[in-house]
Design a protein around this ligand. Sequence first.
Ligand SMILES: [Zn+2]
Length: 197
Amino acid sequence: MPEKLMLRNRDWASGIVEQSPDYFRKLSALQKPEYFWIGCADARVPANVITGLEPGEVFVHRNVANMVHSADLNLMSALQFAIEGLGIRKIIVCGHYGCGGVNAACEEGHSNGLVDHWIAPIKSLRHSHADELGALDEHAQRDRLAELNVLSSVTRIAESPILIEASAQGHSIEIHGMIYSLVDGQLSLLETSVKSM
Ligand SMILES: [Zn+2]
């Protein structure tokens, strides 16, 4: 099976060199992406592909259900490097409708193992927004919960010590929440209460 990937890689790389002989030499000399993307690990939401961005244009962190845990050293290390190392000033948290992590958080009386700990904040959101969600049908509830989870992640990023430090140093950083539809491939911007810092 890895052979198939190697063959596809060679086809891809040679196709690019054919069109732009200096492509890899230039790209290997400098990493200067404009965006830091925090998205879901779901195989159907690859950041570069759905935004039409080229390699080198977006720095990416993905995990199950695009969660932001303040003690997640993986994410926080990437966030710090994005801001301090790469000089990125635009952060995007992107969730998606039909997210398996959000769906799992809606299940009652069923254990999913370790991932239940990971998605516990989504369950909390579900309870704290019970009135709003209760007015919707089941499908719409899950869609709205996916949006609320993005908004919550945006707030957690904004409140992280790394962003507070960046703000104290006078850096203006935008944090945007987005949601992606698997059904039609469209990205939508969510209204957040977090302004540029
Ligand atoms: Zn997902």
